[in-house]
Design a protein around this ligand. Structure first.
Ligand SMILES: CCCCCCCC(=O)SCCNC(=O)CCNC(=O)[C@H](O)C(C)(C)COP(=O)(O)OP(=O)(O)OC[C@H]1O[C@@H](n2cnc3c(N)ncnc32)[C@H](O)[C@@H]1OP(=O)(O)O
Length: 150
């Protein structure tokens, strides 16, 4: 069976770089579940040999949103909560398991769990809501930015 690879985000596609969070080995396991193998790059060290919490939140935001796009749903993050349960080591093999837990209208509820590869101990758990975009989302955004003079 060919691996069902999940594409990088727009920024990494445009710059033709590997995922800047280190999340390239990303496969869909079903229409609602996926697995990412990754390591926290040393550049995101927040404490001695420990990942910055911002990397953990950012990588959850990235992979959960990318998976939804992979399933054909263009969306943006509306909420994201991360429970930091244990320190995350840098440059060690990690794994994220994620799933689409529920869909309610335009709201998509997703969850993700970060562990060391081969371990069943959760290091961090994420839950969030991604809202499917209405047509014209980015045009409205640009107009709002223009009103603000940005
Ligand atoms: C390849 C892709 C990789 C992507 C990885 C990166 C992902 C990101 O980081 S995206 C960037 C960060 N997020 C943003 O910038 C979003 C900014 N916010 C917005 O644009 C808007 O508030 C947006 C789109 C979320 C909602 O606005 P709008 O389209 O007008 O929706 P609206 O009609 O108000 O609400 C739609 C539904 O979502 C719900 N909803 C809206 N906001 C929230 C929220 N914060 N929490 C929970 N539910 C919400 C509403 O209750 C409503 O539900 P229902 O349909 O059941 O009544």
């Amino acid at each position: 069976m060919t691996a069902d690879l999940v594409s990088p985000c727009r920024g990494c596609q445009m710059s033709r770089t590997p995922c800047r969070f280190g999340a390239d080995d990303f496969v869909a396991l079903s229409e609602t579940a996926a697995r990412v193998r990754l390591a926290c790059p040393a550049a995101f060290e927040g404490g001695p040999r420990v990942a910055h919490g911002g990397w953990t939140a950012a990588v959850f935001d990235d992979v959960l949103g990318r998976f939804l796009v992979h399933t054909g749903v263009k969306s943006v993050t509306a909420t994201l909560t991360v429970d930091y349960l244990l320190p995350v080591p840098v440059e060690q093999p990690l794994e994220i398991h994620l799933e689409i837990a529920a869909r309610e209208g335009r709201r998509n509820h997703l969850t993700g769990v970060l562990r060391l590869q081969g371990s069943d101990r959760d290091l961090a758990v994420a839950r969030g809501v991604w809202v499917e975009l209405r047509p014209g989302h980015f045009e409205r955004h640009q107009a709002r930015m223009a009103e603000l003079g940005t």
